[in-house]
Write a protein that binds this ligand. Structure first.
Ligand code: NDP
Ligand code: 2IT
Length: 464
C-alpha cells in the first residue's frame, strides 16, 4: 500500500520525468505564489501512477502545462467611499482557471490576506472539486483584499456595488457564476446581485449562487458545505469500520462551514466540544450549544469568546502560540473549517498524539502538505477539502439548475441530492485510491478521480 503518499515525491523527484518537468515549470513561472505552488505540488505529487501510465497521451497535448495555467486572470480596482466620506481603494480579482466542464464556478473571498497566490490556489482546487461533484461546472475563484470586519452595513453595500460594477463585465449564468466564501455570505450576495441586475437590466438569477430564499436562492445551500462535510466523513468512517456516534469533535472556525458541520455532527450523535475564530476558541466539554454560536456569529457578527457570557462553565482559550488553541484540545475527529494552512506539522503531531482518528477538511487546504503526510503516515484518515467540502459548490450547481427551471425543490429534496452527491464523491475517491495502489489515502484518490475527468474533457476539446 502506497499510504505514506507521494507528496514527498514532489520534493525528492518522482519517477515521471514529465511530472518533474511540470513541477519545476510551475515553480519557475510562479516564484512569488507559495499557496498556489503548494496546491499544485499537492495535486501533482499524487498523480505519478496516472502520469506514468498515460504519459504518451498527455505529453503531446501539453496537458499538465495547460492544467497549471489559468485560462484568464482578471484584476481590477475597487474604489468606494467609507462612512466618514473618505475614498478607499481595494484590489479585486477573478481567476477563471479552467472551463472544460462548464461555466467557471467558485466563491468570492473578502479578506485582507487576499492576493493573487491565494486566488489562484483556490481556483485551482476548485477545478478538481467541481469535477468530483459530477455536475457541469468549471473552476474559478475571486475576491478582494477588502476587510469586512468592523464595516457598517452601508459600507459593505457600497463596496459590493463597486466590486460588481467591474465584475459584471466578466460573469454571466453561462460564463462564470460566483458565490460566497470567507467574508461573503447572504448579505453580500444580495448586494452583489442587486447591482448586477441594475446594470444589466436583466433578471439573470443563475449568475450568482447563495442567493436569499426570497429571490432565487436554494433551500439547504446555506447548510450544504457543513452538512456535506459530515456526509463525506460518515462514509469515510464507515469504510474504515467507524462511526460519528459518540466521537469527540473539535472544529476550527465558527463561520458558515463550521456552524453547519457542527449541526450535522451533533445530529449524528457526535460530541462537538470546541469551535474557534481567528482570536481563540471556546471549549465546552458538555457539547457546544449551537443556537448560542449562531446568535453570536449569524445575528450579532460578534466574537466567539462571547459564548462564555451565555455559558459560564465553558472555557475560552486565546491563541498565543504557533498552534491555534483549538488544536490543543483532545479529539477523535478534527474538522478544520476556517482557513488555509491552519494545521502545520507541529499541530498535526499534537493532534495525532492526542488520539485523532480522522481529519475532515471543511476549509480549502487547511493542512500544510507536511501535515497531511504526517497524518497519513501515522494512520490518521484525511478527508481532503476538494472532496469533503464539495457539498457547497454542488448545491450551488443545484441552485443554478432550479434557476434554469424557474422552480424550487424542498429542503429535503436538495438535502437528499446533496447526500447522494457526497456519498458518490467518497465512492469515486475510494475507488481511485484503491485502483492506483493508494489504499485508504483519500487525498490521492480524490486528486486522481478528479484529474482523470478533467484530462478526458481537455483532450476531447483540443489544444485550447
Ligand atoms: P466565513 O467567513 O463564514 O467564516 C470563516 C471562519 O474562519 C471565521 O470563524 C473566521 O474567524 C475564521 N477565519 C478566517 N480567516 C482566518 C484566519 N486567517 N485565521 C484564523 N481564522 C480565520 O467563511 P466560510 O465558513 O464560508 O469558509 C470557511 C472555509 O471553508 C474557507 O477555507 C472557505 O474557503 C471554505 N469553504 C467554504 C465554502 C462555502 O460554501 N462557504 C465551500 C467550501 C469551502 P474570524 O471571524 O476571526 O475571521
Ligand atoms: O470553496 C468553495 O467551494 C466555495 N466557496 C463555494 C463555491 C460555490 O460556488 O458555491
Amino acid at each position: 500500500m502506497n499510504n505514506s503518499c507521494t507528496l514527498n515525491g514532489t520534493q525528492n523527484g518522482t519517477k515521471s520525468a514529465y511530472l518533474n518537468e511540470i513541477i519545476n515549470l510551475a515553480a519557475s513561472k510562479n516564484p512569488n505564489e507559495p499557496e498556489f505552488l503548494q496546491a499544485v505540488k499537492e495535486v501533482l505529487g499524487t498523480l505519478e501512477p496516472v502520469i506514468l501510465k498515460h504519459e504518451e497521451e498527455y505529453k503531446p497535448i501539453a496537458l499538465l502545462e495547460r492544467i497549471i495555467e489559468p485560462e484568464r486572470i482578471i484584476s481590477f480596482r475597487v474604489p468606494w467611499i467609507d462612512d466618514k466620506g473618505q475614498a478607499q481603494v481595494n484590489r479585486g480579482f477573478r481567476v477563471q482557471f479552467n472551463g472544460t466542464l462548464g461555466p467557471y464556478k467558485g466563491g468570492l473571498r473578502f479578506h485582507p490576506t487576499v492576493n493573487q497566490s491565494i486566488m489562484k490556489f483556490l481556483a485551482f482546487e476548485q477545478i478538481f472539486k467541481n469535477a468530483l461533484t459530477g455536475l457541469p461546472i468549471g473552476g474559478g475563484k475571486g475576491g478582494s483584499d477588502f476587510d469586512p470586519k468592523g464595516k457598517s452595513d452601508n459600507e459593505i453595500m457600497r463596496f459590493c456595488q463597486s466590486f460588481m460594477t467591474e465584475l459584471q463585465k466578466h460573469i454571466g449564468q453561462d460564463v462564470d457564476v460566483p458565490a460566497g466564501d470567507i467574508g461573503v455570505g447572504g448579505r453580500e450576495i444580495g448586494y452583489l446581485f442587486g447591482q448586477y441586475r441594475r446594470i444589466k437590466n436583466n433578471y439573470e438569477a443563475g449568475v450568482l449562487t447563495g442567493k436569499g430564499l426570497d429571490y432565487g436562492g436554494s433551500l439547504a445551500r446555506k447548510e450544504a458545505t457543513g452538512y456535506g462535510l459530515i456526509y463525506f466523513m460518515r462514509e469515510m468512517l464507515k469504510a474504515n469500520s467507524m462511526e460519528l456516534k459518540g466521537k469527540t469533535v473539535i472544529i476550527s472556525g465558527s463561520g458558515n462551514v463550521a456552524i453547519y458541520a457542527c449541526e450535522k455532527a451533533q445530529e449524528y450523535g457526535a460530541n462537538v466540544v470546541a469551535m474557534s475564530d481567528s482570536n481563540g476558541c471556546i471549549y465546552d466539554k458538555d457539547g457546544i450549544k449551537l443556537d448560542i454560536v449562531k446568535e453570536i456569529k449569524e445575528v450579532k457578527r460578534g466574537r466567539i469568546k462571547e459564548y462564555k457570557d451565555s455559558v459560564p462553565s465553558a472555557q475560552y482559550m486565546e491563541n498565543n502560540g504557533e498552534i491555534p488553541a483549538v488544536y490543543t484540545i483532545k479529539a477523535d475527529i478534527v474538522l478544520p473549517c476556517a482557513t488555509q494552512n491552519d494545521i502545520n506539522i507541529n499541530a498535526a503531531k499534537v493532534l495525532t498524539e492526542n488520539g485523532a482518528k480522522a481529519v475532515g477538511e471543511g476549509a480549502n487546504m487547511p493542512c500544510t502538505n507536511e501535515a497531511v503526510e504526517y497524518f497519513l503516515s501515522n494512520g490518521v484518515l484525511v478527508a481532503p477539502g476538494k472532496a469533503a467540502n464539495a457539498g457547497g459548490v454542488a448545491t450551488s450547481a443545484l441552485e443554478m439548475c432550479q434557476n434554469s427551471m424557474r422552480y424550487f425543490w424542498s429542503f429535503d429534496e436538495v438535502d437528499k441530492k446533496l447526500d447522494g452527491i457526497m456519498t458518490n464523491i467518497f465512492a469515486q475517491t475510494k475507488k481511485a485510491a484503491e485502483e492506483y495502489g493508494y489504499g485508504n489515502n483519500y487525498v490521492a484518490g480524490a486528486n486522481i478521480a478528479a484529474f482523470r475527468k478533467i484530462a478526458k474533457g481537455m483532450k476531447s476539446q483540443g489544444l485550447i
